[in-house]
Design a protein around this ligand. Structure first.
Ligand code: HEC
Length: 158
């Protein structure tokens, strides 16, 4: 086992060394072009915490799928549904562009649907295809936005 890890580590090191020179001589990597959501540090923390909760709930769901534990799937999905207490304060929500809110709403609605279908259809294959649709929505938003901390506002406050 240890030997295997060593092999993988060496292979990764090799790949890095091979990629290194070509990256250095190639065109400079473009800076992050995604649209910035300018938030306060505390707001960034709230948004990222919700993101990590999304990921944690997806882990619970994918763990429950092979066990066909539809009750657990419904329970977990509901914690991220549109009925769940909205963690993001209105003042922060007001700073977010309309498109962001639409994309975020779509994710909450799909969590609702996953919960409802888990109960009514109880088909794990259907659940996993819904999870794939959900991940597509996560990816779509991640491709558009990045968070930028409003350092100026933070300084002015002090
Ligand atoms: C409406 C937009 C949007 C949606 C939908 C969305 N995210 Fe994000 N997510 C973001 C943004 C913006 C960031 C910060 C990216 C950055 O600044 O580079 C982020 C960051 C994250 C992070 C990093 C958290 C950290 O602590 O750094 C995780 C994990 C994540 N998202 C998971 C998910 C998952 C899983 C889904 C789908 C269930 C999802 N997100 C849906 C916008 C979104």
């Amino acid at each position: 086992m240890k030997l295997k890890i060593k092999h993988i580590a060496l292979a990764l090191l090799g790949a890095t060394l091979l990629a290194g020179p070509s990256l250095a001589s190639g065109p400079a990597k473009q800076a992050d072009q995604r649209a910035p959501l300018v938030l306060l540090d505390a707001e960034r923390h709230i948004v990222l915490e919700e993101m990590r909760n999304f990921l944690a709930v997806l882990q619970i769901i994918t763990d429950a799928v092979p066990r066909e534990d539809m009750k657990e799937i419904a329970r977990a999905a509901r914690t991220m549904g549109s009925g769940a207490a909205n963690e993001i304060p209105p003042k922060t929500v007001a700073k977010l562009p309309e498109e962001f809110k639409v994309l975020a709403g779509g994710v909450h609605t799909l969590f609702d649907l996953i919960a409802l279908d888990a109960e009514s259809l109880a088909d794990p294959k259907h659940t996993i295809s819904q999870v794939s649709d959900l991940l597509q929505k996560c990816n779509a938003c991640h491709g558009i936005y990045q968070i930028e901390v409003d350092r100026g506002a933070a300084r002015k406050k002090k």
